[in-house]
Ligand binder design. Structure first.
Ligand SMILES: [Zn+2]
Length: 511
């Protein structure tokens, strides 16, 4: 059933064209797309009777977040860890309107078209927000990659180090070259979990002369510092060097580093970009907002790989974001059950590595970012526009602009809340943010023109999960549709925006 009413969302504060501005957003009832954006507040009587008009001033209208890195784990036995229904519900709570699911942890992994179809069928009818899928590169599946591109995966992920799950083995240099060869003329993205064990002489230095085993934990296993020392920055720099060295195999294929943690990678990343290597990087909410110095021994809720590093390291990551060297921030939401996370004090080496964050990220980033002079326009760029670009959805997602899906987050930056289990909609209520007070709260989430979540009334259970599965080809922004209009624009613009000479909207036709 299609709603027949045009919807108008407005606020004195909206993020449009990379600026905070007053805006009035007109949404088609039939397509759920934005059909006009006025960079001013239009009075309700500008619109025909029956139009649904909502003015949220002074709350901020932002594009819905595109979380380009989540693990939803379904289908298979790890659905106990997370699933499409709970993971996407948690996303909607936090103003996230699109998530892209990683190819591992579900069984089977997304390494063939057959396996992708199993995942797509498992997702149908369960998703509260729109969901895209990545394919996986593992040893020996280079023959499956082009077919996965045709079927609509938004990119590929591989590991240069043990992934933690046996169905998704790490790739060798030769495997990377085969994957790059297969994908070199495709419109896709090849992403790397960039940690790799350096050769023994590099990894342990002089210690090898004394017979110490490389990487053997040197300290109590429940101590965070022991764990941190076991995943040094050298793992990340060594992996990055390998990726950059492989890049000439497929010079046109965009490469991407997932969850970059170590600042030691940044000079190498910069140099590669300056030399024309098509390589980008993301970091995660937890590397920006949490610090090794604050992690108590045994608090395995903080375990992830690469690890959360020292405060000085997170300062460097913030600087790299501000400079545009790192372009995206994602959750890497990767939960498990409490017993596997060893909640309540445990061995960092035995606990599952992964942090649950989906739906908390915007407030996490705002809480930390505003202390660092970062504004919501920057945050929106890193979590919506650039993540949409990363997964080939810019043009449809990631901006408030004409022709885009009306995926809108209504954010109140002036309110705070304490994270309790009621704010955790993911399946297993475990997160290092528990009991932390976060600034800024998502008041409403709109997906393709429909309100799917509101802080006051909760989720629209009557409508149920309305999320679509995003299996269309990757696209990039068509600049010609990304226009906005003001009443003072030229007569040509006035004609196209259905205004009469008095500046009143005569009719807003659903297209
Ligand atoms: Zn991940």
């Amino acid at each position: 059933m299609e709603s027949s009413q045009t919807t108008v969302l407005a606020s004195s504060n909206a993020i449009v064209n990379g600026k905070l501005t007053p805006a009035t957003i007109i949404i088609s009832p039939s397509t759920g797309k934005i059909i006009n954006v006025y960079t001013e507040l239009l009075p309700e009587n500008s619109f025909p009777a029956g139009t649904v008009c909502k003015d949220y001033s002074p709350k901020v209208l932002m594009p819905g977040l595109v979380d380009a890195h989540v693990h939803l784990n379904e289908p298979g036995w790890r659905t106990e860890w997370e699933g499409f229904e709970t993971g996407t519900r948690a996303a909607a709570f936090g103003g996230v309107t699109t998530v892209v699911d990683m190819p591992l942890n579900a069984i089977p992994p997304t390494t063939t078209v057959e396996n992708l179809n199993l995942k797509v069928n498992a997702a149908r009818g369960q998703c509260w927000v729109d969901v895209g899928f990545y394919g996986g590169v593992i040893p020996g599946n280079d023959g499956d990659l082009k077919d996965l591109v045709r079927e609509g995966v938004r990119g590929f992920k591989c590991f240069l180090i043990d992934s933690g799950v046996e169905e998704f083995p790490a790739v060798s240099t030769e495997d990377i070259a085969k994957a790059m060869t297969a994908l070199k003329d495709e419109d896709t993205l090849l992403m790397f979990h960039a940690e790799k064990l350096p050769p023994i002489s590099l990894s342990v230095g002089d210690a090898v002369l004394h017979g110490d085993a490389p990487l053997a934990p040197a300290g109590p296993l429940e101590s965070y510092s022991t764990f941190l020392a076991s995943r040094p920055p050298a793992f990340e720099t060594y992996a990055l060097a390998e990726i950059v060295n492989s890049a000439p195999v497929a010079p046109n294929l965009p490469l991407h580093i997932v969850h970059l943690s170590a600042v030691q990678c940044l000079p190498m990343l910069k140099e590669a970009q300056e030399k024309g290597v098509k390589i980008t990087a993301e970091t995660c909410f937890h590397y920006l907002a949490l610090a090794a110095e604050d992690i108590k021994d045994g608090d395995t809720r903080h375990k992830c790989c690469p690890p959360i590093r020292e405060k000085a390291n997170s300062d460097g990551l913030w600087d790299a974001l501000k400079d545009g060297l790192i372009t995206t921030v994602v959750s890497d939401h990767s939960p498990c059950t409490p017993n596997l996370k060893l909640v309540g004090g445990g061995d960092f080496f035995q606990a599952w590595g992964g942090i649950s964050t989906v739906g908390l990220g915007l407030s996490v980033l705002w809480t930390e970012g505003k202390k660092r002079g970062v504004d919501l326009v920057q945050i929106s760029k890193w979590t919506s526009e650039e993540t949409a670009r990363q997964v080939g959805l810019l043009g449809r997602k990631g901006k408030i602009a004409v022709g885009y899906d009306a995926d809108i987050c209504i954010f109140d930056p002036e309110t705070s809340f304490k994270v309790t289990t009621s704010e955790m909609h993911f399946k297993n209520k475990i997160t290092p943010y528990e009991d932390k007070v976060l600034d800024g709260i998502v008041c409403e989430t709109w997906l393709r023109g429909k309100q799917i979540y509101s802080k006051d009334v909760g989720f629209d259970e009557a409508a149920g999960p309305l999320g679509a599965l995003l299996l269309e080809k990757r696209q990039q922004e068509n600049e010609t549709v990304a226009i906005t209009t003001t009443l003072s624009d030229s007569s040509e613009d006035l004609k196209t925006s259905s205004l009469n000479a008095a500046g009143t909207v005569l009719e807003v036709l659903p297209n």
